[in-house]
Design a binder for this molecule. Structure first.
Ligand SMILES: [Ca+2]
Length: 402
């Protein structure tokens, strides 16, 4: 069990419908819309929580898990394994994720229980593709809007998960990698060529089908070109959509999350076990007077900062060459040099309360970087928990330490 916010599945339906119409400016409407959904789901939440906490310790059996394991062994790699684990559809004999599967693979350690993969036929596929908005619509709810009605291929999954943690200044580098002929725009065939490379597919071996993402970026017949501006906006929207889901699942529709919930969000994807996470949270609660909470824009800033963690590490190493712990002012200066602005002092205060081990007001830098690296790489490194009997023992140890 990685997350303590188990009620989220119950509220997801209500939340998603409300988020679909979300814009930055209308948070009060969301508050009303999702707040009602959350209240309605609160009763369910208790049941869900119970089911999750007891069931999560036992190995869950999926009808298709032997196949997924076999497929992953053939093609190798933890990302491939994760893709196969969550891919709930099959089209032309190939496994695909729905947009819902994709979003769940980022937030949950296991997919929803199901029996086999649902076969998608031509007619259904045609219906999916007709629903896809063009990239010029600039949607921040693209994946949530399509939800079950769309397909994400394995190369696309690799592409999307790679983009999730790319710092903004690397958007252009990524764009130039795709624009193979240097024309200043990306064509569908250039996009597919890179996809082929990253998924290690041989040219001509396996033709890619037209997916929802291809139609979104290049049109139904690949008639549109993608320029740097649209490409960067797409990446921005993708990052924001995933963070939006994460934040609002925790806030239950409210515009802020508590400092403790923020700390939990930072720590839950790390390799820390439950007792270690509890230590961090207790330290935070003992040291800080709980304030007004953390808003979504503040959370976004922090996520942007995490995407620039390498630059931050270089900057902060200047202070730590002599093995000195970092003060809040030094921390902020290092942040500014990596993302171009300071973080809200309240956020920094929370981070210091969590990672100031001996209470001297300074940050234990090595610990901070190690935990935050795990958080940044969420979904892969930290989620490759041991499987089978080893996994069961690991899980039992975790439970007994609680
Ligand atoms: Ca080009």
């Amino acid at each position: 069990m990685r997350r303590s916010f188990h009620f989220v599945r119950a509220i997801r339906g209500a939340a998603r419908r409300s988020f679909a119409s979300q814009t930055r400016g209308n948070r009060s409407k969301i508050l009303l819309g999702v707040g009602a959904g959350s209240l309605a789901a609160a009763g369910l939440a208790i049941g869900c929580n119970r089911r999750w906490t007891t069931a999560s310790c036992l190995p869950r059996v999926y009808a298709d898990s032997p196949d997924s394991e076999k497929e992953a062994k053939v093609s190798g790699g933890s990302r491939r394994r994760r893709f196969l684990q969550f891919a709930s559809c099959q089209y032309n004999g190939e496994p695909y994720m729905t947009p819902q599967d994709f979003l769940e693979s980022l937030s949950f350690s296991e997919p929803t229980a199901r029996i086999g993969r649902r076969k998608v036929d031509e007619k259904e596929m045609d219906r999916y593709l007709r629903k896809v908005p063009p990239v010029s619509k600039n949607s921040r709810t693209f994946f949530r809007d399509l939800w079950k009605d769309g397909l994400v291929s394995y190369p696309e999954y690799l592409f999307l998960t790679t983009l999730l943690t790319k710092p903004k200044r690397q958007f252009e580098i990524a764009f130039l990698m795709f624009d193979r002929d240097g024309s200043g725009t990306i064509e569908r065939k250039e996009f597919l060529a890179i996809e082929r490379v990253v998924s290690k597919q041989q040219e001509g071996k396996e033709p890619f089908c037209t997916t929802s993402l291809l139609v979104h970026l290049f049109g139904r017949n690949g008639e549109r070109l993608l320029n740097l501006e649209s490409f960067s906006r797409f990446m921005d929207n993708l990052q924001e959509e995933v963070l939006d889901i994460e934040f609002h699942e925790v806030s239950r529709g409210l515009p802020v999350i508590s400092e403790t919930a923020f700390a939990h969000l930072l720590l839950h994807d790390s390799n820390l076990d439950h007792s270690e996470i509890d230590d961090y949270l207790q330290r935070l609660e003992q040291r800080s007077e709980m304030g007004d909470g953390i808003t979504f824009p503040q959370f976004l800033d922090f996520a942007q900062f995490l995407n620039e963690l390498e630059d931050f590490a270089v900057a902060v190493r200047m202070f730590t060459l002599a093995g000195q712990p970092v003060t809040q002012d030094e921390f902020q200066r290092a942040v500014k040099s990596s993302i171009g602005k300071r973080l809200d002092p309240k956020l920094v205060q929370v981070v210091f309360h969590i990672f100031d081990v001996d209470g001297d007001g300074k940050l234990s830098y090595a610990e901070f970087i190690n935990v935050m690296k795990d958080r940044k790489n969420r979904g892969f490194k930290s989620r490759d928990a041991p499987k089978g009997w080893e996994g069961f023992k690991h899980c039992m140890r975790q439970k007994m330490m609680k």
